[in-house]
Unconditional design. Structure first.
Length: 413
């Protein structure tokens, strides 16, 4: 039974409420910073899997609206970014980018090498590298036909989708606990509380906008004008982003729509004058509460819809070699996160939040990284650098790197 886009989106609302209730009632979910949409989404996915196993009715969701929510979220991220904040976190940005590119290279090498050792075609191992894990479902769907044609892997789509799904689950469940472990293990001071044990779990600023806002800078209250202004500004950025994406595609480079929308949001918010007139009806939102609320809501519903639609039973039929490769990739990503990312990012609270985000992008997706970091900052307090650095690395640079890295490896197989 296929549910309509309206029903699917409404179900996402309910799943998000379910996740909030689960996190409120179950202490271990809060203690390990499991994102609320992950809690609700995985529970629904497990229930649907149980229905599938017992031969009950099967439901499929129309996720067209989900993809637009992703664009909405990243547009708000861009609109909240400021060049002076980027300059403030400059060295860390390039360090994380270089480390991530090296990680991506080794992720593909591990996939190809393990596939050869386990007796399957190395190209199938590449599918369990950056194609599905860094790239996610979208990159997998885009590249699977090429693997079918070039390497005669008839089940390339199934291999990639299964790997992306399994990676998403691991990334969603591990990012928060990684940050939690680092904060407690190294007794990292956090902005939201004096000690990790009594850190607040709600009503804590969670975005770079809230964290880096000048206390002297007035923030617009949430009212009709501020919400309407935020929605209009977001839509203007998306329209411009679509036009930019068409120009990029005409130049021969294919990027997800949210990437140019993110860039347009950054440009508009930094280039437009900041003068606020009391007579102005429309005010360009800069770190307004309305803009933050729209972004947080878009991300929460997107992730809830993504996880509730997971067909977990598709993981049951995976061959043993695929499980071994995925397990190896998970251990490698965990080791890099704990041993290198935290130290190179400064062994600070910002570094711990970045590790939560890196855990999301290493095996899952950019929205998963953002949700992981949001869960941590909701508990321990804001992290300006993390919410600036991780989106810029994962949402823009990694797509470009993957577009070069994947065909480079394919040409050597």
């Amino acid at each position: 039974m296929e549910l309509s886009p309206l029903v699917s989106t409404t179900t996402g609302f309910l799943v998000l409420f379910l996740g909030k209730r689960l996190n409120r009632e179950l202490g271990f979910l809060r203690n390990y910073s499991i994102p609320e949409p992950v809690s609700g989404g995985l529970l629904v996915a497990l229930l649907l899997t149980l229905l599938h196993v017992v031969g009950g009715p099967e439901f499929s969701f129309n996720l067209n609206s989900r993809d637009f929510l992703l664009v909405y979220f990243f547009t708000t991220v861009g609109m909240n970014a400021r060049f002076r904040d980027l300059m403030r976190g400059g060295p860390a940005l390039f360090i994380l980018l270089g480390l991530t590119i090296a990680f991506m290279t080794f992720q593909n090498l591990i996939g190809v090498s393990m596939a050869g050792l386990l007796g399957i075609t190395p190209a199938a191992g590449l599918l369990v590298g950056t194609v599905s894990l860094i790239g996610g479902h979208g990159t997998t769907i885009a590249w699977a036909p090429t693997f079918q044609d070039q390497f005669q892997i008839e089940n390339a789509m199934e291999i990639g989708i299964a790997a992306a799904t399994f990676g998403l689950v691991l990334a969603s469940a591990s990012g928060g606990p990684i940050a939690q472990f680092l904060i407690r293990r190294f007794k990292v001071p956090v902005p939201g509380a004096s000690t990790p044990e009594n850190a607040p779990t709600t009503n804590v600023p969670t975005t770079d906008a809230e964290a880096s806002a000048d206390p002297a800078e007035p923030r617009l209250p949430i009212d009709l004008v501020s919400v309407l202004s935020a929605l209009l500004a977001i839509n203007l950025c998306i329209i411009s982003g679509r036009l930019l994406n068409l120009a990029i595609a005409a130049a021969g480079l294919k990027l997800p729509l949210f990437v140019p929308c993110l860039l347009v949001g950054i440009l508009y918010s930094n280039l437009l004058p900041e003068h606020r007139s009391e007579r102005a009806v429309f005010l360009w939102p800069r770190r307004s509460d309305a803009l933050d609320l729209i972004g947080e809501l878009s991300l929460g519903i997107f992730l809830a819809m993504s996880l509730m639609s997971l067909q977990l039973w598709s993981l049951v039929g995976l061959a043993l070699p695929l499980f071994v490769i995925l397990l190896t990739q998970f251990i490698f990503a965990l080791a890099i996160n704990l041993l290198l990312v935290f130290r190179l990012m400064g062994r600070s609270y910002d570094a711990a939040v970045i590790c939560a985000g890196f855990g999301g992008i290493a095996l899952g997706s950019t929205p998963t990284a953002m949700a992981n970091m949001t869960a941590v900052t909701q508990q321990y307090g804001p992290s300006t650098r993390a919410f600036l650095i991780v989106p810029l690395v994962s949402a823009f640079f990694l797509d470009l790197v993957n577009a070069v890295l994947i065909p480079s490896f394919m040409g050597r197989l």
